[in-house]
Design a protein around this ligand. Structure first.
Ligand SMILES: Nc1ncnc2c1ncn2[C@@H]1O[C@H](COP(=O)(O)OP(=O)(O)OP(=O)(O)O)[C@@H](O)[C@H]1O
Length: 440
């Protein structure tokens, strides 16, 4: 058994590009040995959570038990060129090809493929239904798996997009660069002419510098979001996956809503106003109405109470079941393409928008959800998230062991709830037929 060590060419941590990987004989953990962690993030929440458990912080080039890495360094570790294997007592916080779930274009591609495959197998999950739009048009959509807005990848799907655009010319669309985050490079359009201009300019540009980073997704803009106090918000939900095959996933109960600072307004004049349309904290914190005390955030429990009060308990319960449903099926959509390395776990940040019919839409999945606290409550929540996460990921003795069957005790779950555990279906996922019946 060999373990990997990351060493920069100067013997200390620097940019990922200067890392050199070496291999050393793996020392098996022994009783009483102090656990070690390393991290690429200078975040007190991450560091303090490990230290509170008595773990010692080391550099990536030293012997570590858990590496809270960024995605680039994780990919370097698993790069085939290295020919290295992690030791049994080493865990890392990403799956090697997490991008299948978290890259905007690949997420859509995988979900579309998943639906097609179910359809081919005549699986009842892929059932379709006809829906009448407010304008009288009738469209066909998936009955149970219609949880991502209609999306195309640009420039490759440009013609398909134009076809769709012509069918529904009143629709607003949102363009998002696949290689960026935090709201960067996002814009809304309601006319094809705007896209044509963008497309012409970008094609000239792309011909010279084409990289995957220049790819965009264009999605139907959810223009009827549920508003509270007249403002748009999205949900951030944390989902921990400890295995893709069998699928074992947990949802943290304490997600939160992130609000825009300006009232929602669909008028064309406000189409470019990101304080109206984008819920990212990284965007909203620059707005003049940003409140740094609550950070534009509301706990999911309060959202639930609000909805129970305004819409009723039954529909609120159904909404939260639908959210769990979409998370489980987004994971199933990638489960077969994921490299299911037993040393890996991953905490995903799911971004979900609820529309005014209380239908949840999956907007995006993040592989490195921010561990920066913008408020006191944020700090409490994220510290608990990480601490609970370690309890789920680590075997009862607290020492990482990749041979463990990854079945945490009920006490170890803390504020996580089981979304799905394919090892013991009835413990985790509600019976599928029962769920379908409830959704109807
Ligand atoms: N289809 C959509 N309909 C309505 N609003 C959307 C849609 N897609 C994105 N948004 C809004 O734009 C914001 C940014 O989108 P998204 O999260 O996909 O981009 P990002 O820049 O990668 O953000 P992140 O930093 O979370 O990775 C969302 O939080 C949401 O408020």
């Amino acid at each position: 058994m060999r373990s990997s060590r990351i060493v920069s060419s100067h013997g200390k941590k620097s940019g990922a590009s200067s890392y050199r990987l070496t291999s050393t004989p793996h020392a098996q953990p022994h009783a009483g040995k102090r656990m070690t962690f390393c991290t690429d993030f200078d975040k007190s929440i991450v560091i303090n959570t490990f230290k509170r458990r008595g773990w010692k912080q080391v550099m990536p080039e030293e012997e570590w038990n858990v590496y809270w890495s960024n995605t680039v360094n994780c990919r370097t570790i698993f790069s085939l060129d290295n020919g290295l294997r992690l030791g049994d007592s080493q865990f890392i916080n990403h799956f090697p090809n997490h991008y299948e779930l978290v890259r905007k274009d690949l997420l859509v591609k995988n979900i579309k493929r998943y639906r097609r495959e179910l359809e081919k197998d005549c699986n009842s999950l892929a059932e379709k239904t006809e829906v009448k739009l407010p304008g009288g048009q009738v469209i066909t959509r998936y009955l149970y798996l219609d949880f991502i807005p209609v999306t195309f990848v640009l420039p490759s799907d440009y013609s398909l997009f134009v076809e769709e655009y012509r069918k529904y010319p009143q629709t607003t669309w949102i363009l998002k660069p696949c290689g960026k985050s935090q709201g960067a490079g996002i814009f809304l359009i309601n006319k094809l002419s705007k896209l044509k201009k963008w497309s012409r300019e970008s094609k000239t540009y792309l011909q010279h510098h084409l990289t995957s980073k220049d790819t965009y997704v264009i999605s139907r803009y959810i223009d009827n979001p549920l508003l509270i106090g007249g403002k748009k918000f999205d949900l951030r939900i944390y989902v921990l996956v400890t295995s893709f095959r069998p699928l074992k996933a947990y949802m943290f109960r304490n997600g939160f809503c992130r609000f825009c600072t300006m009232k929602y307004d669909t008028s064309v004049a406000e189409l470019d106003n990101m304080y109206v349309h984008l819920t990212n904290v990284s965007v909203q914190k620059h707005g003049s109405d940003y409140n740094s005390e609550h950070g534009g955030k509301l706990g999911i429990h309060n959202l639930k109470l609000y909805l129970e009060g305004t819409r009723g308990r039954e529909v609120t319960d159904r909404l939260f079941e639908s959210i769990q449903w979409l998370i489980v099926h987004s994971l199933k959509a990638v489960a077969h393409v994921m490299s299911n390395d037993r040393h890996c776990f991953e905490c995903y940040g799911y971004d979900i928008i609820i529309d005014d019919n209380l239908k949840p839409w999956l907007i995006e999945v993040n592989a490195s959800p921010s561990m920066t606290a913008t408020t006191v409550n944020d700090r409490i929540l994220k510290s608990k998230l990480l601490d609970n996460l370690l309890s789920v990921v680590l075997p009862p003795g607290g020492t990482p062991d990749s041979r463990w069957n990854k079945t945490p005790t009920a006490e170890a779950l803390g504020d996580f709830q089981i979304l799905i555990d394919e090892d013991s279906m009835y413990k985790g996922e509600m019976d599928q037929r029962e769920r379908l019946a409830r959704k109807n």
